[in-house]
Write a protein that binds this ligand. Structure first.
Ligand code: SF4
Length: 181
């Protein structure tokens, strides 16, 4: 019988949530027994090879490429999980939401105290994905089935959630795994 497939991606995130997945330590061998990894930075598979049972989304949407990747995950995954605060609410990148985009670009490329840019050109190569006006959490772009809070969610939280999803059970996280004081 073929194993269920998992795909993962990092949108506007720092890869810390993926590091948390690697923090499963020896349980990652157990996970490898239970599932096949499909498109993911973990195995460097760039495109979906077939439909996946679970998609793990790290990061929110800051540019048009993030939106395209997220929509592609929604199309290919039965269950989509927002992993970490960036995916669930925008996280640190969303701090720019309080500042108009033009002002952010001016500060980053023209007027910031450490900027050296004699050409006074803000990068505009067509290859660079267009920035969105704001950073959007994943659920504001596609339907998300589960949210795992934390920056990053602990390996134990990921393990508990993945074990439940793979067993076809409801994800029930004990208070100890989702409190941060
Ligand atoms: S939630 Fe935290 S660890 Fe995860 S991508 Fe965002 S900043 Fe990084």
């Amino acid at each position: 019988m073929s194993k269920p497939r998992i795909a993962t991606t990092s949108l506007c995130g720092c890869f810390g949530c993926h590091m948390s997945l690697l923090d499963l330590d020896e349980r990652i061998l157990q996970l490898a027994e239970l599932v096949e990894f499909d498109k993911s930075p973990i195995n460097d598979i760039k495109e979906f090879t077939r439909r996946c049972a679970v998609g793990l989304i790290e990061g929110g949407c800051a540019n048009q490429e993030n939106v395209a990747v997220l929509r592609n995950f929604r199309r290919h995954c039965d269950v989509l999980v927002s992993v970490g605060d960036c995916a669930t609410m925008g996280g640190i990148p969303a701090l720019r939401n309080m500042i108009p985009l033009e002002e952010c670009l001016r500060e980053a490329y023209l007027d910031g105290p450490s900027v050296i840019n004699p050409s006074r050109i803000i990068p505009n190569d067509p290859e660079i994905p267009l920035l969105l006006d704001k950073v959007y959490p994943a659920h504001e772009v596609v339907k998300i089935d589960y949210h795992l809070p934390g920056c990053p969610p602990s390996a134990d939280t990921l393990w508990k959630a993945l074990s439940a999803l793979l067993a076809g059970s409801a994800v029930e996280l004990p208070y100890e795994l989702i409190k941060y004081d």
